[in-house]
Each structure stands twice: as structure tokens, then as C-alpha cells.
Design a binder for this molecule. Sequence first.
Ligand SMILES: C[S@@+](CC[C@H](N)C(=O)[O-])C[C@H]1O[C@@H](n2cnc3c(N)ncnc32)[C@H](O)[C@@H]1O
Length: 291
Amino acid sequence: MARIYLPDEEANLNPPVELEIGFGRGDFLERVSSLHPHVTYVGVDRSWGSVRRAYKRLKVRRNVHLVWGDAWEFLMFGMSKVRFHRVFSLFPDPWPKKKHIRRRMFNEDFWKLLSLRTGENAHVSVVSDERFFVRWAYRNALRSGCWWGYVSETESRFGTKYESRWLEKGKRVYQAVLVRLSECNFKIPRAELRFPRFKDVVRMPEMGTYPLKTGYLSVKEVIVSREGDRILIKAVVSEPHLLHKVWFVGFKTSMGWVLKPSEYSRFFPTKTLQEALDLLADLMCGRRIRT
Ligand SMILES: C[S@@+](CC[C@H](N)C(=O)[O-])C[C@H]1O[C@@H](n2cnc3c(N)ncnc32)[C@H](O)[C@@H]1O
């Protein structure tokens, strides 16, 4: 039976494993998983609606696994032992406006990250009705230095909702096909988190944005329990390609205070998150003041 994973979960999957980024309704996964029963398919999509709809159609498939999460988060922290043999991204959001370029997948860092998560001679296909986007993705792949390939108009049909929509409107379909040459120099910012301890709380962190070495901590709300032994801090920590939505919990123990991200948060173990934890602890125990 197909399973749904969170983006930072591990899995042991039988090779060969192929990945679809942004599976939408799951049309492509449905088709290829029945055509190639010996291949394991993983799909990642950040929309809950997509996961719900696709899972309904795919749950009886033994060779399909869905990941509910962002592609960056998944490629950095999920299924870390799996190396993908083929990757497909069909009609990804092209974000045509200049001010939205940051949101596009397939920038240079994305290709570098993909090179760590794919095997030797892996192929990646980026398919879109937007030629500018396919060319942009292709140029970034070449710039990364670890992919080689071509761009062409394609007659191949993938049978997805967006493909039908654009073909009905008379649009053409383009693809960039890239072959992995080597592993790129890219560091996944994983860290072993340490929970700071301190003797006493002398002040509460103020609401606002605090710069970190490679990102920002934004404190949204602070709640203190009536007994004064628990402090909840609602915050957002941002860093390149990742956004952590965290409720930090400070609680008093017989040995002093401990500060942790609560389990109800959505965070990943990175150096920037550690820096945010350390900064909050320093502010609370008075080792640092906000300037
Ligand atoms: C335009 S739709 C295309 C869906 C499908 N491939 C098709 O051709 O019909 C783009 C899909 O990518 C997903 N998506 C967009 N950005 C994503 C990201 N960073 N990580 C994972 N999924 C993403 C969206 O939720 C959406 O389902």
C-alpha cells in the first residue's frame, strides 16, 4: 500500500527509485507506477489538497510513496539514504514575475542539492509550456557544473491535468533533460540540535525581527504561564530555502531552565535554528540585550 511521509522522514526503498516533484492530482504517478511495477515511485507535493486527492487514487499501489512537504525540505532532510535514478517535474509553477523569481524551483542551488540526492547518470526532466522557464532551469543546471543536457520541444505526453489544460489552449510543451555528471559542492545545513540551559529568566524576548548569521528570527508572540514556570514563544526562523514555524517552549526544572522547539512546531535541525535557540536563551537569561 502507498504511504504518506513527512518531508523529514526516513525510508528504506527498493531501487530503482524515481521521483516526481509537484505531482498535483497524481496522474503521472498513477500511469507510470502501473506501467513499471518493478520501479519504486516517490512523489513530493507541498499542497495538502494534492496529497489528499492523489492518495485516494494511489493508495492501493505498492510501489508509490507520497511525501507531503516542500521539495527543498524533502531533498535536504527526507529519505536520506535513497538516491533517485530519474526525477520528473511536470509543469512546475513558473513564477514569471521578476519579484517572484525567488520562489522558483530549479535555481542553481536546487540543482546542486539534486546532485546529492541522485545516483550516477541520473536523468532529470523539467517539462513546461513556458519556454523561458525551461531555459532558465537548464542554464542553472549547466552553471552548477554537475549536470549536462539539452532543451527541446517535446511530443512526449505525460497525461497530467496541466498538460491537458495547456494543450487545449494550443500551447506547445518544452522540456529540459539533464544528466548528472558528478556530485556538486553543496552543504545541507543539518546540525545536531542542543537545547540551551540557563539558570534564571531575567526578561522576556521582545517581539520583532532579529538578524542571525544566515537568516532571521522573528518573534511573534510570548506567553508566560501564571505560575511563571513555562514560557511559550511563537516565532518564525527563515534561512535560504527553508522556513521554520516554531513554538519554542522554555520550562523550569530543578536544575534551571531549558529551551526547546515544541513538537507541535514545523522545524528542521539546522545551524540557523540552533542560532535562534541560543539567541533566545541569551536574551532570556540576560547574557545579551537587544540593541
Ligand atoms: C502547476 S501544478 C502541476 C501539477 C502536475 N504536475 C500537473 O502537471 O498537473 C504544480 C504543483 O507543484 C506543487 N508545488 C509547487 N511548489 C512546490 C514545492 N516547492 N515543493 C513541492 N511541491 C510544490 C503544487 O502544490 C502543485 O501541486
